[in-house]
Ligand binder design. Structure first.
Ligand SMILES: O=P(O)(O)O[C@@H]1C[C@H](O)[C@@H](CO)O1
Length: 291
């Protein structure tokens, strides 16, 4: 059997990061918000912010992708102590899936009670327009079909059970709150519920791959989120997630349009205020659940 990257995921290693964060931050967070590509502006709404750079925190991975600043922002939203990850980690950066997901376990040790997860994604579903949001109701984990999993290796029962269900991974009640929040911030006509699929990247998909994704029921395709949600569910955290549709997936050889990361960041920027308002409303409506 090949070597397992268990040291990146073991309790001592993660506790060291958590201890450092506790020594720097006055209030323990109750809710973790992970910002997708270009979505770091979600953290601008946090009151009384305290910033920690990823490079200050022992054992914490470093952001290498444009649009992922590499900072944790602690503070409050609707009186809920939150922490915002401005910058997430992706498998294509070279990190193991364990390393990609260590922040979830660190934040769980700090006492979070839930996860809001966001991403930029390509619209596979032909009804989706650039600038829409998709509330994630489920995912297709193509990594797991190939035997790749952040929880491969010895299980630490202090975090969660060896085997765990994923059929209600995206909390149904939170999804309804998300729908209401989207309507309240004027996104009702741009809001869908759908299935997110993970693709490793760093390339965007071929035409044949997009046709396949359409056939198997993927509505939005991206390069993140699924590993973090798996580890969050393993340790019992309720999850609310949404994809921001930054580009239409090209499913024809005649179509000359090509996805482009710089353009994706611009598209997010253009809708940043509405997305911030969505997160604020969502936390406002769910605050009792986290306190
Ligand atoms: O971190 P997310 O999933 O939002 O980032 C997406 C996927 C790739 O990292 C990148 C492609 O443009 O954006």
């Amino acid at each position: 059997m090949s070597a397992l990257p268990t040291d990146e995921f073991n309790r001592g290693f993660i506790e060291e990061s958590a201890r450092f964060i506790r020594s720097q931050v006055p209030v323990a967070p109750k809710l973790l918000i992970i910002c997708g590509s270009g979505l770091g502006g979600l953290a601008d709404t946090i009151e009384k912010p305290v910033t920690l750079s990823y490079d200050e925190i022992p054992n914490f991975p470093q952001s290498t992708v444009p649009g992922h600043a590499g900072e944790l922002i602690f503070g409050t939203l609707s009186n809920v102590p939150v922490v915002c990850m401005k910058g997430r980690f992706h498998y294509y950066e070279g990190y193991s899936l364990q390393k990609v997901t260590t922040p979830i376990r660190i934040m769980q040790l700090l006492g979070i009670k839930g996860l809001i997860i966001t991403n930029a994604a390509g619209g596979v579903n032909k009804a989706y327009q650039v600038g829409d949001i998709m509330l994630i109701k489920d995912h297709l984990n193509f990594f797991a079909f190939g035997g790749q999993h952040p929880l491969r290796g010895p299980n630490d029962p202090q975090f969660g059970a060896r085997f765990f269900p994923m059929n209600r991974a995206y909390d149904r009640a939170l999804l309804e709150v998300g729908k209401r929040a989207a309507a309240e911030v004027g996104l009702a006509n741009h809001c869908h519920e759908g299935v997110y699929g993970i693709y490793s990247g760093p390339n965007y998909e071929t035409v044949a791959e997009i046709k396949y994704l359409q056939l198997v029921g993927v509505d939005a395709i991206g390069m993140s989120t699924v590993p973090e949600v798996l580890v969050a569910k393993h340790c019992g955290l309720p999850v609310f997630g949404f994809s921001f549709i930054t580009n239409k997936c090209v499913d024809s050889y005649e179509d000359a349009e090509e996805p482009n990361h710089a353009h994706i960041l611009d598209v997010v920027q253009a809708k940043a205020k509405k997305l911030k308002n969505l997160v604020i409303k969502f936390v406002e409506h769910t605050s009792d659940q986290w306190l």
